[in-house]
Design a protein around this ligand. Structure first.
Ligand code: ADP
Ligand code: MG
Length: 368
């Protein structure tokens, strides 16, 4: 789909150093497509905000180019970029009313007052804050202030809306509510959203595509389902979603299929990702929801020898809609499986009980 569309933003070999020594963003190439909801996801310090600030014009690249359409942005000042920005801290002007805050970008752009009033009303309607137009920010809740900040970013019909952890200061319930609102607003307006977050579930639920950042580089950029199902390396696999990780040695390699020997003698087979050699120490990863307890009565079926993990129950965690059964395996970090409540026989499992788990070969990915 993406190959026929023209990107609206292009980062080309962009690097950034604040101190002239270390690069916090390195050789970054990134295409952003018109109308998409793209998230930049990664741990704290991985360079997400720096990228957003370079796009908004509050920081400049040390090397490389950033293009918005046909305009080279490197030397374009922020207010000429046609980009709306929402900060985590809201950054509303405390002495201005809600309406004046939202009008600010239009005042700076010398928009005539009748047109300005109409645009402010439209933007406040969009975020359902019209009735608060004459209030001061300090009389609003955090969620309401964030809505005003959003209206302020949308009011001048920007080509691009950037948001840096905009929901970070809200409590969980309100955050989840706002995630749905933002997603709805995005599809209604058809604007291009670039959204920074360190919260992988937030990135997965809201975005069309996610760019996973680590140490100033994009590790993978993909549609959310591909990112989850086919992570391109161990960093992505472990940052996006949960994983059970088994460390072992690569015993054999046949095309993309590899077999991993575990210290306890078990053998796991799956798909090798990246360049690996027989004898390498590897990490075999499988999602918790892909590991199952064999169906009851399976005792009489011939026991498969590959992709069976014989572990010990280490405890259970009750999640309301499912139970997580934690397991311990000699020489490995503890893992867990998700058991739907319908099968909650497992709630009665005792710590130390043997737990036999299995999974299909296609669900195991082997990384360096
Ligand atoms: P993220 O948003 O992913 O948490 P940042 O882009 O804020 O990451 O930061 C990346 C790195 O750059 C961090 O090591 C951070 O300390 C450093 N950094 C960010 N902003 C500045 C700045 N204004 N001056 C110096 N170093 C900075
Ligand atoms: Mg940041």
């Amino acid at each position: 789909m993406n190959d026929v569309r023209q990107p609206i933003v292009r980062f080309r070999q962009v690097g950034k150093s604040y101190d002239g020594i270390t690069r916090v963003v390195e050789a970054l190439d990134l295409d952003i497509y018109e109308g998409e909801f793209l998230s930049l996801l990664g741990p704290s310090g991985s360079g997400k905000t720096t990228c957003l600030m370079m796009l908004a014009g509050f920081e400049s690249p040390t090397e490389g180019e950033i293009w918005l359409g046909d305009t080279l942005l490197n030397t374009t000042p922020p207010h000429k970029r046609d980009i709306g920005m929402v900060f985590q801290s809201y950054a509303l002007f405390p002495h201005m009313t809600v309406a004046q805050n939202v009008a600010y970008a239009l005042t700076v752009r010398r928009v005539a007052s009748a047109e300005k009033a109409a645009a402010v009303k439209r933007a406040l309607d969009m975020v359902r804050m019209s009735e608060f137009a004459n209030r001061l920010p300090k009389s609003l809740s955090g969620g309401q202030q964030q809505r005003v900040a959003l209206a302020r970013a949308l009011v001048f019909n920007p080509r691009l809306v950037l948001m840096d952890e905009p929901l970070g200061a809200l409590d969980k319930r309100l955050r989840e509510h706002m995630q749905v609102e933002l997603k709805d607003l995005h599809s209604k307006l058809g604007l291009t959203f670039v959204y920074v977050t360190h919260d992988q579930s937030e990135a997965l639920t809201m975005s069309d595509r996610v760019a996973v950042f680590d140490a100033g580089r994009i590790q993978q950029i993909d549609r959310v389902d591909s990112l989850y199902e086919t992570p391109g390396n161990g960093i992505v696999a472990n940052f996006v979603g949960d994983n059970n990780v088994f460390v072992g040695r690569l015993l054999s390699l046949d095309g993309e299929r590899g077999e991993v020997g575990l210290p306890d003698g078990g053998v796991l087979a799956g798909r090798v990702v990246g360049e690996l050699h027989v004898g390498d120490t590897v990490r075999a990863c499988v999602r918790p929801e892909r590991m199952v307890l064999p169906p009851s009565g399976a005792a009489c079926a011939p026991a498969p020898s590959i992709n069976v993990v014989r572990a010990r129950t280490a405890g259970t965690l009750y999640f309301g809609d499912h139970v997580r059964v934690r397991f311990a395996l000699h020489g490995q970090e503890n893992g867990f499986v998700k058991v739907p409540l319908g099968d909650a026989g497992w709630v009665q499992g005792h710590a130390g009980d043997e737990l036999v788990l299995q999974f299909a070969e296609r669900h195991l990915r082997i990384f360096s």
